[in-house]
Design a protein around this ligand. Structure first.
Ligand SMILES: Cc1ncc(COP(=O)(O)O)c(C=O)c1O
Length: 401
């Protein structure tokens, strides 16, 4: 009898982690490698947040277990955030805090999916979505989008994907990996469809809410369509905008029975998220936010630099996204060409492998995100490195035969 569980056969390891590992190995071997694979800000956690954490430790607030799905102070801060930033009214009993947005998402799927239940996931998507759905026993249903549509799902495509088995629509705007974000009217077209299908719930992953550029205005589904409020789980966290990926705090607001079920799962698996991190998150949400526009100014410069330089690379087409810190260029124009090693590029995996080999630039191939041939660049790294990496990509593409 096999030792490992059957369902693991459906799960793939994370492509983003694989690339990061490969780049690390090359660096250790002495190569000059620029890593554009990691999905986290290069900025440090702001000092006021660090200080709040130190104070919590000194005051003895970090020594003990806390309430399983979040301390009261954090739940109140999250309620305030949803009210002031998104116009959403949630009570503390409607808030779940977990170890990163990732755990909150996973809890939601475990709490709701029965075998055969479908989750609609627009592609390209964050690599963890389909795998999480499958681990929880559900069926991911991909809806492909195109570069021409700005990687956004149309109302018609959503309508076509809905079946009697659909349990969730999983939305992520701004998106990892494309950076694409839905405008108010684009989102309204989708929520209009959902209003007609009362059995479909909405899980909206708003993790990159604050990382939008060029005066783009962020909206979340329950804010646009109050009739969806009762069947929406609004997910967010401090990881990206507050530069706190290592602290592991994510949260969601939603219907009380779902939040209770998620708390039960958490109580029997990991218990409370780290106490010290929760106090840090309280300060993140309640404290000054002036660093966010400062960071965004730098992110926007890097995005514009990437888009301009990549569009000058032979065979690459790079749309300009609204937010996050990713671009998702097509490398279709390089497929069929030959790399300096003599290898013919037949897939985007070949493209990224040969790019790393020839020029020491680590990016992630698009196919694991649900759309290829393409690749994802995270520009959350020093501007000089982003520029150098884009020069190397231009040279790599120019040298293909
Ligand atoms: C779209 C999206 N959602 C959720 C997460 C998870 O965030 P956390 O680090 O808080 O678990 C990530 C992290 O990469 C992400 O890109």
């Amino acid at each position: 009898m096999a030792f490992l569980a059957e369902q693991l056969k459906r799960i793939k390891p994370s492509a983003t982690i694989a690339v990061t590992d490969k780049a690390r190995a090359l660096k250790l071997a002495g190569r000059n490698v620029i890593g554009l694979g990691a999905g986290e800000p290069d900025f440090d956690t702001p000092d006021n947040i660090k200080e709040a954490a130190v104070k919590a430790i000194r005051d003895g607030k970090a020594s003990k277990y806390t309430n399983v799905d979040g301390i009261a102070e954090l739940k109140e801060a999250v309620c305030r955030k949803f009210k002031t930033e998104n116009g959403l009214d949630y009570k503390p009993s409607q808030i779940s805090v977990g170890t990163g947005g990732k755990q909150v998402l996973y809890n939601a799927f475990v709490a709701t999916l029965n075998p055969g239940d479908e989750v609609i996931i627009p592609a390209p998507y964050w690599v963890s979505y389909p795998e999480m759905v499958m681990l929880a026993g559900g069926e991911p249903v991909e809806v492909k989008t195109t570069m021409e549509s700005g990687f956004k799902m149309s109302a018609e495509a959503l309508e076509r994907a809905i079946t009697p088995k659909t349990k969730w629509l999983l939305l992520n705007s701004p998106s990892n990996p494309t950076g694409a974000a839905y405008t108010k009217s684009e989102l309204k077209a989708l929520t209009d469809v959902l209003v007609r299908h009362p059995h479909v719930h909405v899980l909206t992953d708003d993790m990159y809410e604050h990382l939008v550029y060029d005066d783009f205005e962020f909206f979340t589904p329950a804010q646009i369509e109050p009739r969806l409020y009762e069947r929406t789980l609004t997910l967010n966290g401090v990881s990206k905008a507050y530069c706190m990926t290592g602290w592991r705090i994510g949260f969601a607001g939603g219907p009380e029975p779902l939040i209770k079920a998620m708390a039960m799962i958490q109580s029997q698996s990991t218990s409370n998220p780290s106490a010290v991190s929760q106090w840090a998150a309280v300060e993140a949400l309640n404290g000054p936010k002036d660093f966010i526009p400062k960071h965004n100014k730098i992110f926007k410069e890097r995005r514009d630099l990437c888009v301009a330089m990549l569009n000058q690379a032979k065979g690459i087409q790079c749309p300009k996204p609204e937010g996050a810190f990713y671009v998702f260029p097509s490398c279709a124009g390089t497929i069929g060409k030959t790399a300096p090693t003599g290898k013919t590029l037949t897939t985007d995996e070949d493209f990224v492998t040969e790019l790393l080999e020839a020029e020491g630039v680590a990016v992630v191939q698009g196919t694991p995100f649900g759309l290829g041939p393409a690749f994802r660049i995270s520009y959350a790294t020093a501007t000089t490195s982003v520029q150098e990496a884009c020069e190397r990509i231009q040279r790599f593409c120019g040298n293909l035969r």
